[in-house]
Write a protein that binds this ligand. Sequence first.
Ligand code: SF4
Ligand code: SF4
Length: 234
Amino acid sequence: MSLIAKGILQGMAVTAKNFIQSYYKKERLPTVEYPEEKSTVNQFTRNIPFLVYDGEDEIEGMRCTACKLCEKACPPQCIYIIKDTDENDKPIKRPKVFDIDSSVCMSCQLCVEVCPFESIRMDSEFELSNENRFEGLLINRDELLKSNEYYHEIHPIEAQETDDRIAAKIAEAETKKKAREEKARLAAEAKQAAAAMKAAEEAAAETETSATEQAQQSEAKAEAPEDNPETKNT
Ligand code: SF4
Ligand code: SF4
């Protein structure tokens, strides 16, 4: 038998084995009956970005500070951000509007790369089809906001690494703050000591001056002729 024929027969045997096993072995079934059944999405799947929030309150826990770095970095310019303001019209470090046009997003992940606050991440959500070509595909801030627990569910390894990085940054900031406070305390103590030393020096100088003045006055009195009884009598 030629080498080619042998190779063809071996290939067909593997195909036949997989075909037969696909009737009774679940792991041999490459397809599922979507949408009734959904296959598990791999944790490395990336589709569209979402915004991470911590804790229970999605507005208070929002990590995004509306710095707009992602908006500038997005190649097809599909991110649109407006900063929020307080009752006095003062800007707040969070977005009032954060829209992503999913019909334009090309899943490049550049927005994730540039974000300095670990607040935007890639979702594995793929059921984004919509009848409305425009508004339906524009994902707004409230739809983009998803909890850190959700992030851990879809990308456990990456989410844990992010949490570790955030914890390290917080610890570093805490250490720097303590060092600054200690430096300020030592500077205040040094200033206080210098002021006390200066006051002591001034008091000593004053005492010395008044002693000298007193001595001079006594000397002057002693030398004055009217004050000298012996001189008076002669
Ligand atoms: S994944 Fe890429 S294209 Fe999509 S929003 Fe982020 S930067 Fe823009
Ligand atoms: S997602 Fe990140 S980069 Fe984009 S505006 Fe928010 S904090 Fe800035």
